[in-house]
Design a protein around this ligand. Sequence first.
Ligand SMILES: Cc1cc2nc3c(=O)[nH]c(=O)nc-3n(C[C@H](O)[C@H](O)[C@H](O)COP(=O)(O)O)c2cc1C
Length: 355
Amino acid sequence: MKIPKLQIGNITADIPIVQGGMGVRVSLSSLASAVAEEGGIGTISSIGLGDLEVSKNEYERVSREALEREIRKAKSMTNGHIAVNFMGVLSNADDLIMAAVREGIKIIVYGAGLPIKLPSLVEDSSVNLLPIVSSARVAELILRVWDKRYEKTADAIILEGPLAGGHLGFSEEQLYQPEKYSLENLLPEVLETVKAYEDKYGKKIPVIAAGGIFNGKDIARMLSLGASGVQMATRFVCTEECDVSQEFKQAYLDVKEEDIAIIKSPVGMPGRAIQNKFLKDLEIKGKLKIKCPYRCLSVCKVSEARYCIALALVNSYFGDVDHGLIFCGKNAYRCDKIVTVKELISGLLAELEAA
Ligand SMILES: Cc1cc2nc3c(=O)[nH]c(=O)nc-3n(C[C@H](O)[C@H](O)[C@H](O)COP(=O)(O)O)c2cc1C
C-alpha cells in the first residue's frame, strides 16, 4: 500500500497520522515538533499550561503566555505542521484560540464542548477548523449550525471512538457497549453526514478516526473504511520526546489491561485512566480538598467536585503519579517500550505498507 498523504484544506501532511492533543502538558512542543518532523501533524495541548498558584486576575494572561511560548518553541524546532488542541469546557478557551491564531497556528482542534461559535473567533480562512465528535449526530449539529450561521463548514472532522484516552464523548452506559459504538460502526455514519456538506461547499471534508488505533494494520483498516487519516495519542506517550514525566510513561509500561478504568471527571464527562494509588485513595476518602483560586473549567462545580482535576493531572506531569491522574487509551497496556517518535512512526508506516 502506498502511504497516502493527509490533505486538510490548504495543508498537506506527508503521512496520514495526527498525534492527538494530550492535556495536561503531555503533548507540548517536544512531542508535537517531533511528529511534525516525521511528516505527521503534531498537536500541542493548550490545557493547564499556566502556573497553578497564580491569582484569578493573572490566570488568563499566564496561560496565554505559556501557550504562546510552546507554539514558538515548536515552530523553532520544525517547519512541519503543528496543531493546537482546545477544550470547550475551559473558561479561557476563546482567549487561547485567538492567541494561537495570532501565533500563526493553522490547525485548530476543538473537543469537549460544542464549537458552535468557533468560526466567529477565527476569521482568517487559512486557519483550518477541526471539531472532535463522537457521533454523526454531533457532527451534523455542528455542520448545520456553521452552515446556517456562518456559511462555513469544517476543514476536517476528528471522530473519536470509545477506546480513546482522556475525556470521552460517550455515556458510561455506551462505553460498556463497545461493539455498538465502535469506530467501525460510527465512521460510515459520519462519512455519510459530511457528504452533504462536501457537496454543498465543493470541498473534501476529511474524517480522521481516533481511539484505540495501535498499529499500522489498524491505520490500514480505518483508511479502507473511508477515513482520510488517524489520530493517535496513547502510542505517543511511550516516546522519548513525549513531554510528560518518566513516571507517567512507566505507568503505561507497567499497567495491566484490567487496571485501565472508566472514571467520573469533574469535567462532567467520563474519562479513561489508570487505576492507580490516587484513584484508590480517592475511592476511600470520597473527596479531596480543593483550593481553586480561579475557575479553569467553566463546568466544574467546585463545591461538589471530588478532586481538582487540574492539580491531579499536573502532579502526574511532574512525576508525582501517586497523587495524580493518569489518562490513557484502552490499549495502553499493549505499550511495552519507550522509543523515539522516528522509530514509532517508521514502524507504523512499515506495518501500514505491509497491511
Ligand atoms: C494522556 C491523554 C490525554 C488526553 N488529553 C486530551 C485533551 O486534553 N484533549 C483532547 O481533545 N483529547 C485528549 N486525549 C485524547 C487524544 O487526543 C486522542 O484522540 C485519543 O486518545 C486517541 O486514542 P488512542 O489514545 O487510543 O490513540 C487524551 C488522550 C490521552 C491518552
